[in-house]
Design a protein around this ligand. Structure first.
Ligand code: SF4
Length: 105
């Protein structure tokens, strides 16, 4: 490999590595669910559990949050994480929706 070819190889490797890192970062930080999205509205999703509609969801209690929901797939320390109800998006760990299921102890 001559000097020029080596330089091209190094640049291509750097470009590929950068592209893969960008894809990984995008996967790790999926966009947060927008409360105004149709599905979010239909499930009463709010990013802050204390803002849940008490009239519409009288069984909701403030201690119910995505972070302690069985369906939440984020880690305990995460501020947001995946939820199977909203594929490809993240929900706030302090959020809530009417599909809430208390996490088994
Ligand atoms: S199903 Fe659970 S984790 Fe998903 S949005 Fe509703 S309360 Fe949050």
């Amino acid at each position: 490999m001559n000097h020029s070819n080596r330089r091209v190889f190094v640049l291509q490797t750097l470009a590929c590595t950068t592209a893969l890192m960008a894809v990984g970062a995008a996967r790790a930080q999926a966009a947060l669910v927008n409360e105004k999205d149709a599905q979010a509205l239909s499930l009463g999703y709010v990013a802050d559990s204390s803002k849940a509609d008490a009239k519409k969801y009288p069984k909701h209690v403030a201690s119910q949050m995505c972070g302690n929901c069985q369906i939440y797939a984020g880690k305990p320390a995460d501020t947001a994480g995946p939820c199977a109800i909203f594929p490809g998006k993240s929900v706030s760990s302090k959020g809530w929706c009417s599909a809430y299921v208390k996490k088994a102890a």
